[in-house]
Design a protein around this ligand. Structure first.
Ligand code: NAD
Length: 428
């Protein structure tokens, strides 16, 4: 099967790995189709008085393990195909970590940078107005994703509450702390990936201070993983954003770079005008050049589909930790494997965000508020246990880490389906 789209590419992996895991054909078939998919038209009154229509989506992919969970993305490229792929990956991810959730995803096709704050609020609220009966604390629980944040989650919760005449903080996660959000949610995705990196480096029997790292994408995920790895002693030698990247053999001070980026909005421009320029010598590089640097760990933390069969041969990193969802196309998996490159897959490496979202949901439902130390400790336990389980399965069954993660998840989903009975049971 050749992949003609992101969703098709996601299905290639599920089908191949489900067969490897000896999953019943009836169960595989069930995983090839989303449970529910809705596309909605969202009318928004713009500041100039005109009415504009935006396309919105929500996909609940599979709910066998619990209510569905997944982010809402605001981006010009959001479309049905991408939403279905992301919802499928969420299904696998929640099962890998062992969260009592199925997978979902949503989004709006919009460039949020072109909207005023009030237009953005109206758009966020109308999305919930239209989808209020589709989501719910026991049904489907949205969260932030690319270009959505805690403020937007707060508007969405308030809209849901006013429609349902209730107070339901557990309908959405990633909220502001003041509105029932969890401490530790802001850096959870980067921290989860960092915990995976620590485990991997330990398995590689390398010292943290020997490790060089390149990070593509300097947003929520990329910044926090770079910051934490640097604090642990690693050298962050390359970082990029949508404008391009920078490279310095001696490494960067991540926090200073972040502060400069906040001030002048992109790395390259800042870098050559600002104070960091004087701190360390650097070279400008393109995003493609960053991917092929000779480093110990490469972390794609921006977009899907950046490593393909065309550039996989040129990857020189010893290991890849996927923070972005789907940065490596299935066609590149074997090439990377044959080069001996270890890949910690997205469904494990970027699961810190949904894990702390789960903690937020638990706190909201039980009326508790946990300390930052509690959240970070629980995250560490969950991520480390999931990493070890995937690693052991890979070793025992001679699989890559991606294959092992999918096999673990698919077996869990399959066991839940079989508990209801499949054709084997009903046909005696
Ligand atoms: P973000 O919007 O905070 O940051 C994205 C970064 O990528 C920005 O620095 C942007 O400049 C950069 N970027 C955009 N286009 C680029 C390009 N062509 N080349 C290089 N860099 C580019 O987003 P985020 O929340 O950090 O998410 C990044 C990825 O991680 C996405 O794939 C997302 O689905 C995934 N992810 C995020 C979370 C989370 O909790 N934030 C959780 C799981 C997965």
């Amino acid at each position: 099967m050749t992949a003609s789209s992101t969703f098709q590419d996601a299905l290639v992996r599920v089908r191949a790995l489900a067969e490897l895991a000896n999953i019943d054909l009836e169960i595989i078939e069930g995983l090839l189709h989303p449970k529910e998919l809705i596309m909605v038209s969202l009318p928004v009154r713009m500041d100039d008085g005109s009415q504009k229509y935006f396309s919105g989506y929500r996909c609940r992919y599979n709910s066998i393990l619990g209510p569905t969970k997944g982010g809402v993305r605001f981006h010009p490229n959001v479309n049905e195909d991408e939403v279905k792929a992301l919802a499928l990956w969420m299904t696998i991810k929640c099962a890998v970590i062992g969260l009592p959730f199925g997978g979902a995803k949503g989004g709006i096709t919009v460039n949020p940078k072109e909207l005023s704050p009030m237009e953005l609020e109206r758009l966020s609220r109308v999305y919930i107005r239209v989808l209020a009966d589709f989501i719910g604390p026991h049904r489907d629980i949205p969260a932030p994703d690319v270009y959505t944040n805690s403020r937007i989650m707060g508007w969405m919760m308030a809209e849901y509450d006013s429609i349902k005449r209730t107070h339901a903080p557990d309908v959405i996660t990633g909220k502001p702390i003041e509105l029932g959000g969890s401490l530790g949610r802001d850096d959870a995705t980067g921290r989860g990936a960092y915990l995976c990196a620590l485990e991997l480096i330990r398995k590689m029997e390398r010292a943290l201070t020997d490790i060089s790292v390149a990070v593509q994408g300097f947003g929520n995920g990329g910044y926090h993983v770079a910051r934490l790895l640097q604090q642990a002693g690693c050298k962050i030698v390359a970082i990029s954003d949508s404008q391009g990247g920078i490279y310095a053999k001696k490494g960067f001070d991540v926090e200073s770079l972040w502060q400069e980026k906040q001030r002048s909005k992109h790395i390259k421009g800042v870098y050559c005008n600002g104070s960091i320029c004087e701190m360390v010598e650097h070279e400008s590089i393109s995003n493609d050049e960053l991917l092929s640097l000779e480093v110990d760990i490469l972390i794609p933390a921006a977009l899907e589909g950046v490593i393909t069969k065309d550039n996989a041969h040129g990857i020189q990193a010893k290991a890849i930790i996927e923070i972005a969802n789907g940065p490596i196309l299935s066609e590149a998996d074997n090439i990377l494997h044959s080069k001996g490159i270890k890949v910690v897959p997205d469904v494990l490496a970027n699961a810190g965000g949904v894990t702390v979202s789960y903690f937020e949901w638990v706190q909201n439902r039980s009326g508790q508020t946990w300390t930052l130390e509690d959240v970070q400790q629980k995250l560490k336990e969950k991520m480390t246990a999931a990493f070890e389980a995937v690693w052991d399965l890979a070793e025992n069954e001679k699989r890559t880490l991606r294959e092992a993660a999918y096999i673990k998840a698919l077996r869990k989903i399959s066991a839940a389906v079989e508990a209801h009975g499949t054709h084997n049971y009903f046909n005696g």
